[in-house]
Write a protein that binds this ligand. Structure first.
Ligand code: 5CA
Ligand code: ZN
Length: 418
């Protein structure tokens, strides 16, 4: 799938420190040690509505992580999916009387524009489910062949002989390690987030769906061995990560709403498929951004869209700065004041950076690097720039190279273009 044009990443002297991030599975901050190439997989959108600020927070967070890894001297291989076939997308298309392909194309195009405007570096591999069917089918076949998956008859399928395919989680000893949830908690969350614990014929109510046999009025793809059908949700991310990064890869990322079942399931599926562990070295999660008292979500409709703000003339760099002002592991609620503060901050930085010289930038680059490498402490990094900008605005300065160096540093590491 077409991604979007990546922004230019300026050079600055030296190298950033090793990057530390919070690993959800271990529950502590760990140092990433990826070697020359870091593999980053970040779960992409389900394109039935436009990018809201919760999505934007997630993609900006992982963009900063990718920038920090590059700054520390690693090459970054970045993979992202688009869930362009799934139950909520199909339901929205039916509700709105639009073709699901058209809906997915339209919203994915808008997402690409939002990412470009926000200065997010594009993935190296950006793939929809609809263009990865052969890969997914091969993986489901492999899981059936190695005894990790099983078929359940689906008499309501278009072909009454059709069957759904599930992973047998009883064979996965590491299941539950990521989320640390009790079984009772898992059952509740699984039902809330797209799972089907009530489905008759499953060996365990928590077994995740790998392949859904075609039902009336649902899109499907032919497979000689599996019959007509479509992939379950988690297997797309398993298949893409294993194919394009290999196991184990450095970081699996996404919002905290994906810890269970999505990341728990994609990981155990990957382990079942390859016979190796772990799926990813580290799992990093962005806390949920709320609006009007609740998690911002397409299903609830309490959204502030990036595209709406852009259409109203808001500078996308101010949106990015508003997101960076919050630490990724702290839940917060978006208000207009966040945007207002970011606009003021950006204007201040721009004025400070437009001078002919400024106070010494000694320590600014190192300060930004230190904060970002320390579990993506972007609020701390912004404070370093604020301090320099205040000095510049109050006292001026005669270091001719300083504004250029500060501008390149915030562009390279924070993705803020002034
Ligand atoms: N397509 C799946 C992942 S495979 C999906 O969750 N799509 S999504 O469109 O619902 O969400 C896209 C990304 O934004 C996910 O990483 C999700 O965790 C994150 N996200 C969704 N809502 C919020 C929110 N309110 N705050 C922060 N991140 C969010
Ligand atoms: Zn995913």
């Amino acid at each position: 799938m077409r991604s979007w044009p990546s922004p230019f990443i300026p050079d600055v002297p030296g190298r950033g420190p090793a990057v530390r991030v919070h690993d959800t599975g271990r529950g502590e901050v760990v140092t990433l040690n990826p070697g020359p190439v870091a593999g980053l997989y970040v779960c992409g959108i389900t394109p039935y509505d436009a990018t809201h600020l919760g999505h934007a927070a997630t993609y900006v967070t992982f963009d900063v992580l990718g920038r920090a890894l590059r700054d520390a001297g690693h090459e970054v291989r970045y993979v992202q999916n688009v869930t362009d076939v799934d139950d909520p997308l199909l339901a929205r298309a039916v509700r709105d009387g639009v073709d699901w392909v058209h809906l997915a194309d339209r919203e994915t195009a808008l997402f690409r524009e939002d990412m470009t405007a926000l200065g997010v570096i594009a993935p190296d591999h950006y793939l929809g489910v609809t263009e990865s069917i052969d890969l997914i089918v091969a993986d489901v076949e492999a899981l059936l062949a190695n005894g990790m998956a099983y078929a359940v008859a689906a008499p309501d399928a278009s072909d009454p002989a059709g069957a759904d395919v599930y992973l047998d989680i009883s064979q996965r000893p590491g299941f539950g390690d990521l989320s640390g949830l009790t079984r009772a908690q898992m059952l509740t969350v699984f039902a809330e987030r797209g799972g089907d614990p009530e489905r008759e014929g499953k060996r365990d109510p928590l077994d995740p769906l790998l392949w859904r046999a075609e039902r009336a009025d649902e899109p499907s793809w032919g497979s000689a061995s599996l019959g007509a059908g479509r992939p379950g949700w988690h297997i797309e991310c398993t298949a893409l990560a294993v194919r394009y990064l290999g196991m184990p890869f450095t970081v699996q990322g996404g919002g905290s709403d994906l810890i269970f079942p999505h990341h728990e399931m994609s990981a155990v599926q990957g382990c079942a498929l390859t016979g190796t562990r772990p799926f990813a070295e580290v799992f990093v999660h962005q806390a949920m951004v709320a609006f009007e008292g609740e998690k911002m979500s397409k299903s609830k409709g309490n959204l502030v869209l990036v595209s709406t703000l852009r259409a109203a003339g808001v500078d996308p760099m101010a949106i990015r700065l508003a997101l960076l002002a919050r630490h990724y592991r702290t839940e917060w609620e978006w208000t207009h004041a966040d945007l207002h503060r970011a606009q003021q901050r950006l204007a201040g930085w721009r004025t400070a950076l437009s001078g002919n010289g400024g106070p010494s930038a000694q320590g600014v680059l190192a300060g930004i690097r230190e904060h970002v490498a320390d579990d993506l402490d972007t609020p701390g990094a912004l404070a370093v720039v604020d301090a320099w900008a205040s000095r510049a605005l109050e006292h001026g300065g005669s270091d001719l190279g300083a504004p250029g160096l500060v501008a390149r540093a915030i562009d390279r590491i924070l993705g803020i273009r002034v």
